[in-house]
Design a protein around this ligand. Structure first.
Ligand SMILES: [Zn+2]
Length: 224
């Protein structure tokens, strides 16, 4: 049960998911930064375009009011309006390109935000499965503890000490059955000598496997 607790598949799953979340989060931050950089670029362009429009408006007003009488001044004013108009078109072309880039960046940020939400849901699901599995193991462990408590009073201190020592040394399994003349712990066949020794042993004698040292129990399936 300790082993099951430590090796739940959800533990690996959650650790991989955490890595994915980290990647998506950092990509999202990058995408969001790009969106705000491009939006700032667009704001600045709009400000520039606005200034050009205002200046053109003022020039046009002066022209319409007929207050400019000198031919040279008139020509210079018309020339300026022409340049401003070209400047406005150029800036608007740049703005269009910036808006397209903004759309792409916003699309990326939005896809990453959706992926982040999806991962959050997957993580919640895996965490729920992990805690359900741990609760089931806890119930099994409690049951095993109860079972053990009913048996322990009938076992000598010496045998119990041997059992606990072997359990610690041999991956948690200290007692195995002999099945068809084979040790159920190390899966090795008993030698002819072993069979003779086991057969000759008293019913309550503690038998040990010659190979894996586990305590062996004789059953109807032992083939002896
Ligand atoms: Zn064995």
């Amino acid at each position: 049960m300790e082993h099951r607790r430590r090796t739940l598949p959800e533990i690996t799953e959650l650790s991989e998911l955490a890595q994915q979340q980290q990647k998506v989060h950092s990509a999202l931050v990058t995408a969001q930064t790009e969106v705000s950089d491009i939006a700032r670029e667009q704001d600045k362009l709009e400000g520039d375009i606005d200034q050009v429009r205002q200046r053109m408006g003022r020039d046009q007003q002066r022209l319409d009011a007929g207050s400019v009488s000198s031919a040279k001044e008139l020509e210079s004013l018309q020339h300026e309006i022409g340049s401003l108009s070209k400047r406005q078109r150029d800036l608007e072309d740049v703005e269009l390109e910036v808006m397209e880039r903004l759309e792409v960046a916003e699309g990326q940020a939005s896809a990453l935000a959706t992926e982040q939400e999806r991962l959050t849901a997957v993580v919640e699901d895996a965490a729920r499965r992990r805690s359900d599995a741990l609760a089931a193991i806890d119930r099994d462990a409690e049951y095993a503890q109860q079972q053990r408590a009913t048996v322990v009073p009938h076992v000598s201190d010496e045998l119990l000490a041997l059992y606990d020592k072997l359990r610690a040394q041999l991956g948690g399994v200290a007692v195995v059955a002999i099945k068809q003349r084979r040790c159920d712990g190390c899966r090795l066949d008993l030698s002819a000598t072993d069979v003779g020794r086991v057969r000759a042993a008293e019913e309550d004698e503690i038998l040990r496997c010659e190979e894996c040292r586990r305590i062996q129990v004789r059953t109807e399936e032992s083939g002896l």
